[in-house]
Write a protein that binds this ligand. Structure first.
Ligand SMILES: [Zn+2]
Ligand SMILES: [Zn+2]
Length: 341
């Protein structure tokens, strides 16, 4: 079967590899669409994966059709359209027992170094990773559940109250997911900050009313002006750069919270007193805790998270030229690779 494999820094090849068969308790999925994610870009351009363990199949954001099941599988059958929660867990450590399966160590994710990935004709998965798509949720949307759940975890970690003001830094897929998640939960009036005109236009088309260009606006002053001088109770950091970290802190209300959802490439320095003087908090969100993935799937079934205007499709053969390269240049938002022609 064909599989997109990362062999080293900036070295992706479409290889012919041995096909796989499901064992007991396992499900084989034929991926239909697989999204390219910021962490894929990090692995590709920075070489941040364990190359000594050999080439890895890429793809951790995908949906497809079940095409074989092993003994004992009961939740899905051959032909079921499914989406995939790609994280392994041991199920027995302290973290797993405390309901933090997403923090089980070592972090192990299909398509990021663990066996198999969504950018292949077949992938074999333990049954707990596979979720049948509800009526009304397409395979295209199914491939978006994973990144939207990352955004949703940020909202959960914010501990957001109904009357909270919030601001989102970055209108890439995770910022868009945060915007759509907040709206699904009834939060209107969210301020979005994004330097790229392409991304500003995309999130405006999705209904964001206040979208600021940080090259033009003094963002903390604007946020204060739009909240009656109070500031934002929550700032979602979905950009992963020094400027947005500082603007996020600077925009917060007393006892406000900055939630880091983005991955940073560079160090950020700040003075702890800056947090102390307003009793501010910095929190982080990683992947998604039990229930978050299911919550996004449920919201999708109720009509949220439409893919209109921000999702593009490319063929498998074009994964680098039409996927990784234009994404790195910031020319595209979310690219789904059509694995099954
Ligand atoms: Zn991802
Ligand atoms: Zn564990």
């Amino acid at each position: 079967m064909r599989a997109v494999r990362l062999h080293g820094k900036e070295d992706i090849r479409i290889d012919d590899v041995a096909d796989v068969a499901p064992g007991p308790g396992q499900v084989r999925v034929a991926p239909a669409h697989n999204g390219i994610c910021g962490s894929d870009l990090h692995m590709y351009f920075q070489g941040t994966f364990q190359a000594d363990r050999g080439p890895i199949v890429l793809g951790h954001e995908f949906a497809g059709i079940v095409d074989a099941v092993g003994d004992g599988v009961t939740s899905v059958a051959v032909g079921t359209p499914v989406t995939v929660r790609p994280f392994h867990r041991c199920g027995t450590c302290y973290r797993c027992e405390q309901g933090m399966t997403h923090l089980c160590k070592p972090l192990s994710c299909v398509g990021c170094g663990a066996e198999g990935g969504g950018l292949a004709e077949h992938v074999v998965l333990p049954e707990h990773m596979v979720f049948a798509l509800p009526d009304g949720v397409s395979l295209e949307q199914g491939a978006l559940v994973e990144p939207m759940a990352v955004s949703y975890q940020g909202i959960l970690r914010a501990g957001i109250t109904p009357e909270a003001n919030s601001v989102i830094f970055g209108a890439g897929p995770i910022g868009i997911g945060t915007f759509l998640g907040l709206r699904a939960l009834g939060h209107d009036g969210v301020v979005v900050v994004e330097p790229s005109p392409v991304r500003r236009a995309a999130i405006e088309a999705l209904g964001a009313a206040t979208v600021l260009d940080p090259a033009v606006h003094d963002v903390p002053a604007e946020v204060r002006a739009r909240t009656g001088g109070r500031g934002a109770d929550v700032a979602f950091e979905c950009a992963g750069v020094t400027a947005s970290f500082h603007a996020g802190i600077g925009s917060l209300a007393a006892r406000g919270r900055l939630v880091i959802v983005a991955v940073y490439e560079d160090l950020v320095t700040w003075h702890p007193n800056q947090l102390m003087m307003d009793e501010l908090e910095v929190r982080t969100a990683l992947a998604y805790e039990p229930g978050a993935f299911e919550a996004v799937l449920d919201l999708m079934a109720r009509g949220h998270y439409r893919p209109d205007g921000w999702v593009e499709h490319i063929p498998l053969d074009a994964v680098v030229d039409e996927g990784f390269l234009p994404l790195r240049r910031g020319e595209r938002l979310k690219v789904l690779v059509d694995v099954t022609p």
